[in-house]
Design a protein around this ligand. Structure first.
Ligand SMILES: [Zn+2]
Length: 136
């Protein structure tokens, strides 16, 4: 879902998202994200609770395995124009500003949640730490 900045009324918008996506044969499920995007000065703060799961094949034995997780999200969100202004006026470099940078006119919340879930889930997938592998 894309949130257009010019459609936000009274500087706040409630967010309620749930969707699935696939990434290299793994199935990621954003089971629920409930939160709000609030305008603070020129920037926005996204706060909310995320619950997700990842269904994939174990790297060792290839059995299907699902991990669940939850996270509290608190993220400064800013469009590219505002971020360039901050970088210029404070002499900071892009990577020193802990801001999720969006297009000028909208915030793609699904894309943000997708990246967040990918960061939160392990890149190495095991059904259990003790998994002995395919010949076990
Ligand atoms: Zn395994």
């Amino acid at each position: 879902m894309k949130i257009r900045y010019d459609s936000i009324k009274n500087n706040v918008v409630d967010v309620d998202r749930a969707f699935e996506f696939e990434e290299s044969l793994d199935i990621y499920n954003v089971k629920e994200f409930k939160g709000r995007l609030e305008k603070v000065g020129k920037q926005y703060i996204l706060n909310g609770n995320l619950s997700y799961s990842l269904t994939s094949r174990c790297d060792r034995c290839l059995e299907s395995t699902t991990v669940d997780g939850e996270a509290v999200i608190s993220q400064v969100v800013s469009n590219i124009e505002v971020v360039s202004d901050i970088v210029e006026s404070d002499g900071l470099r892009d990577e020193e500003v802990d801001v999720y940078v969006t297009a000028i006119d909208h915030f793609d919340i699904d894309e943000f949640l997708r990246e967040e879930v990918l960061l939160l889930t392990p890149s190495k997938k095991l059904c259990s730490e003790e998994c002995g592998g395919i010949n076990y």
